[in-house]
Design a protein. Sequence first.
Length: 227
Amino acid sequence: MEGQKLEAAAAAAGMSERTARTWQEGPLPSAKKKDRWWRTRADPFAEVWETEIEPMLRLDEEGELQATTVMAELCRRLPGKFEPSQVRTLQRHLRRWRAMHGPDKEVFFPQEHQPGHLGAFDFTHCGELKITIGGVAFVHLLFQFVLAWSGWRYVSLALGETYEALLAGLQGAVDTLLVDGLVRGVGRGTVALGRRLRHTQTGRVQTYLVSMVLGAVLIVLVSLLLA
């Protein structure tokens, strides 16, 4: 305890001055503790591991066999030898064995993509399709461009994996994505606006007169701002 004498600190911690002096000058008991590698009790599964348990684990190619299932089978084969309270010990044995001898696990790193941040392109050889024109094999490739977030894909024909084919594919993807998308967006917006304006066509002269006045006021305001 900082700011106190050794006697007061020992009294506050409930220990003798000798013990407090030892801890003050030497390492703490937690730092002196060594890792225990030996067993405090006999392994209950040592006798049946190679003959009963390991064959079941080797047949489990998917690694889905549970310790409770193995324990139930052991109790059926060897009644009275094992107890349900030993399942935790068996679980640790199974984890250790699968880490060293079990089936390989798929390792993957999930990726989070943001809209418009990433795209990928590549050439795909189509020789395996065995397309022929007039009996002659049509050797060609497909240029593909994919947006990572949306999965939008553009595909075009390429006669070779060249720089010119790459530029043509990228230009086609940009034209399709931006130009065609803009044209379709304007068309859809016009249709949506027309549907909304349709509700204002009531057939009443007052409604058309108000619209004309508002339009004239808007034109005058724009003219003043531009002037």
